[in-house]
Structure formats: C-alpha cells, structure tokens
Design a protein around this ligand. Structure first.
Ligand code: F0G
Length: 463
C-alpha cells in the first residue's frame, strides 16, 4: 500500500563536514571489550556510523546557525525566549509553554506536578525515560499497544495506536479511578517508530474526556507522525504536515516534547499546557530545578535554533526527503536479506534479530549480539530493543521473562548521512545475513536495577 520511494535527492547540500573514524577490526574488538560489550560505553571517536539515537544528533541549517548568532543570553525575558515561544505557540496552540533542557526534564516536571503516588499512567508505549519518570513520581506506567503491533510483518499503517478497547475497559473498570494520565507517544518510538492515526487520537480524546482524565502527547516526533498521517490516513492527503501536527496538539490537553528530535537541535524540551493551575505548579518546579521560566536550562542560542527548527521541520520537502531516505534504506536492508518491522517508519528501522539469529535463545540476547556484530564488522553503533532492554531477570541476572521480540534499532540522525553511508551499513548487514550462525550470544556480567540497558556490562558466551 505504500508507494515506491521516489528518486529525488534530499532538499539540501552539505556545507560543513565532520570526519568519521575507521578503526581496524582489532581496534574495534578491543574497544567493545573495554566498553563491557555495551555500545553506550563506546567513545564516539571509535564509531564509524552512529545509529544509536536520532536525538540531538541531527545537522542544523544555515538559517538556524544565523539565528543562533542573535542568541540573547539575558537571565530573564530574553528576546530569544519570545521568538521560541511564538514559534512553539503557533505550532501547538497551547496557551502556557515552559522550556526545559530536554524531554526527560519535561517529564519529571510534569509528572511530579500531575501524578500522585499510586496512580496509573496509560500509554500506547512509554519511552524508557518516560516510564522511569512515571515510576519516580510513585505512579505506575502501563503500556496498551494495539493488537496490530504484534505482527511485525504486516503492512498495517498505524501500528503505533493505543488499544482503544483496553483503554476504555481500564478506565471503566476497578482501576479506573487510579488513572491519572493518558499519554500518547507520537510516533511510537518504543514500538517500531510506528505512527499513531488521527482517528486513534480523536478516540482517545473522546474516551479521556468522558472519564475526566487528562490526555497528553509525548510528541518528540510530531512532524514525522504528521507526515505518515498525510501519506497513510484517508482524508489527510491534502492537509499540510503542519496542519496535521497542530490538529494533534489541539486534541490533547497538553504535551511533552523532546525537541532534540523534531526541534532539529542538539538540545531542548517543552511542556505545553492548557490548565492554568497545572502551569503554575510546573513553573515553580521548573524555576527551582531547571532554570527560570524564560530559558528552562537552555541558552539563548539554543532557543533561537529551535525557533527556526520548529518551522523547518514541518516543511513538506524536508519531511519527504527524510521519509524517502529511510524508505530507501529499508529496501536496501530487505534486499540484504534482513527483516525489519513493517511498514518502515521514519526515525529508525527496527531489525528483526530474533528471526535472523534463530540459533540464539532470548537468554543469549540475539538483538544485542547483532548490535555488537554490526560494530565489530563495520564500526556501526545501534541499540538493542529486546530481552536485554525489556526482559525480566532474576537476582543472578539470568533472563526469566523474555521480551516479546528481539529487535535492534537503527536510529537515523536528521540530515547527517548520505545514501553511501546507508549502502555501507546494508552491506555489513548483508554479510552477516550470509553467515549468521557464526554470531555468538552474550551473558550479563553486571546490571543496574533501573534503566538497565544504559549501564549493563556483558561478556560473550564462548562457543
Ligand atoms: N519521549 C520519547 C518518545 C523519546 O524518544 C525520548 C528520547 C524522550 C521522550 C526523552 O527525551 O532524550 O530529550 O530527554 N529518545 C531518545 C531516543 C533518547 O534515542 O529514542 P530526551
């Protein structure tokens, strides 16, 4: 159902470049061992292609850098704040806006103000820090992804949706009075980078209004979600991506945004609110812990880049170029014999490592093994999304409950890599797919209790 990616180049050319390192296989082996076989512990100067995250890793534009020179670093009421605020207000329509240094700071400020201990936060899927901040506020994060999400191969257009029946029955059931928030992540980063339909958001609004529960967006990839709605949802092909994004914000009571993604900047976050009392509570906490409410942990030059980035990101030519780049990369990977979650989203591709490495059990962490092999063979860094990240462990760090899928996320920085880089990665993957049995599993050497994947250390299981 998705049309073929068109042969059109990206709508920009490169003006400033950054060298990338190429290590020898021996150097990569030593680097990964030193890192405790955890790519988060690698140094950037050991990585050839960095697909660890699309967060804060994009390239800025000439207009953003020109604007940055105007950065007003006044402690309060800086001109840069007003330019940023106006751009964010135009996009989101929320009357109350608070800047934060990044998304998780917005999460902490909002959840501390909004959620009470013992409450429930329901979501299509919480991102990892989002779930952690719900937990730190004393509440419980519960994911209700739609049933279609369970079929990795189907072409269903909106696998990022929440399960509306599960949402309704939770709110109407014995736990209903415990629900303090419904949070929709667009796009659904924890589940394949899949988009959420406008119909799903409309239904969430209706259900939450009927039950009197606040409805927020975790809108880190609001523009990419809007582009996929335009392409895939009947009735929206004539809407601009900006109009779709603004309509999504309109449906919710407020938003959290990590602006390190669709803000097209290295740093930044935002809380958008309609409720004046909640705004005042959040503002007090923001001033005490992030910074004054006209900068929130950001420098004036960051606010300036963001004001421009928030306009550039909904440009159809930008979004078309980015979506096309990902679609072509997806095709290269499929041609190399590796399956990904279908249909491809925009910000990342999710490799089906469980299927590629059936000789490894979940307890040997096939997704992690594939990620490590991509580094060993090609200097490619990426993140596992499987049993290492999501599974349950016993006290000896042995896997007792595997994740539903063993995936690897290749997150694609914005405006950074060219088709040659993607072809290189697909080539490395193709070589792995020709002889997957040579890849061994890993076992955990040590793991922290919260947000395990960031600091876990592993060791290879010898043949
Ligand atoms: N929400 C979503 C959906 C995210 O993807 C992220 C970050 C956050 C919140 C937190 O924002 O990083 O600015 O504090 N995602 C990055 C990633 C880290 O790689 O997916 P942050």
């Amino acid at each position: 159902m998705l049309s073929d990616p068109i042969r059109k180049p990206p709508p920009y050319r490169i003006k400033v470049v950054e060298p990338i390192p190429f290590l020898s296989p021996e150097q990569r082996r030593a680097a990964l061992a030193e890192a405790g076989y955890n790519p988060f512990n690698l140094r950037a100067d050991q990585v050839t292609i960095d697909f660890l995250s699309d967060s804060g890793t994009g390239a800025t534009s000439t207009d953003q850098e020109a604007a940055a020179a105007r950065g007003d670093e006044s402690y309060a009421g800086a001109r840069s704040w007003f330019r940023f605020r106006d751009a964010a207000a135009l996009l989101t329509g929320y009357p109350h806006l608070l800047p934060t240094h990044q998304g998780r700071a917005a999460e902490r400020v909002l959840f501390t103000s909004l959620l009470k201990p013992g409450q429930l936060c329901l979501s299509n899927t919480h991102f990892d820090t989002t779930g952690a901040n719900v937990t730190l506020a004393g509440a419980e994060a519960r994911d209700l992804p739609c049933a279609e999400a369970r079929d990795l191969d189907s072409d269903e257009p909106f696998k990022g949706n929440i399960d509306l029946d599960a949402l309704e029955s939770t709110l109407a059931g014995p736990e209903g009075s415990r629900v303090g928030l419904v949070l929709m992540t667009i796009t659904n980063n924890g589940f394949g980078g899949q988009p959420v339909s406008m119909a799903n958001l409309e239904a969430v609004r209706e259900i939450t209004q009927r039950h009197g529960v606040p409805f927020f967006l975790d809108a880190a990839r609001f523009a990419e979600n809007a582009w996929l709605v335009k392409q895939r949802e009947p009735g929206y092909s004539h809407w601009t991506p900006r109009k779709i994004a603004t309509r999504a914000f309109e449906l919710a009571d407020g938003c959290l945004i990590s602006l390190k993604k669709d803000g097209l900047t290295a740093i930044g976050g935002l809380i958008g609110l309609r409720d004046e009392n909640l705004w005042q509570q959040c503002e007090a906490l923001l001033i005490a812990t992030e910074g004054f409410s006209t900068y929130g942990g950001l420098a004036g030059h960051d606010l300036e880049r963001l004001a421009v980035g928030l306009r550039e990101v909904t440009e159809p030519s930008y979004l078309e170029g980015r979506a096309t780049q990902t679609a072509r990369f997806a095709r290269m990977i499929n041609d190399a014999g590796v399956d990904i979650i279908q249909p491809a989203g925009i910000h990342a591709l999710y490799l089906n490592a469980g299927r590629l490495l059936p000789h490894l059990t979940p307890a040997e962490f096939p997704g992690h093994s594939l990620g490590c092999q991509l580094f060993l063979d090609g200097g490619i860094r990426c993140a596992e999304l499987g049993s290492l990240y999501l599974g349950t462990l016993d006290e000896e760090n042995r896997l007792t409950g595997p994740a539903p899928f063993e995936l690897v996320r290749l997150a694609i920085p914005r405006r950074v890599y060219t088709e040659e880089h993607f072809a290189y990665v697909a080539g490395v993957l193709g070589d792995i797919a020709k002889d997957p049995e040579r890849i061994r599993g890993y076992r955990i050497a040590s793991a922290p209790p919260l947000l395990r994947h960031f600091k876990v250390r592993l060791e290879p299981i010898q043949a």
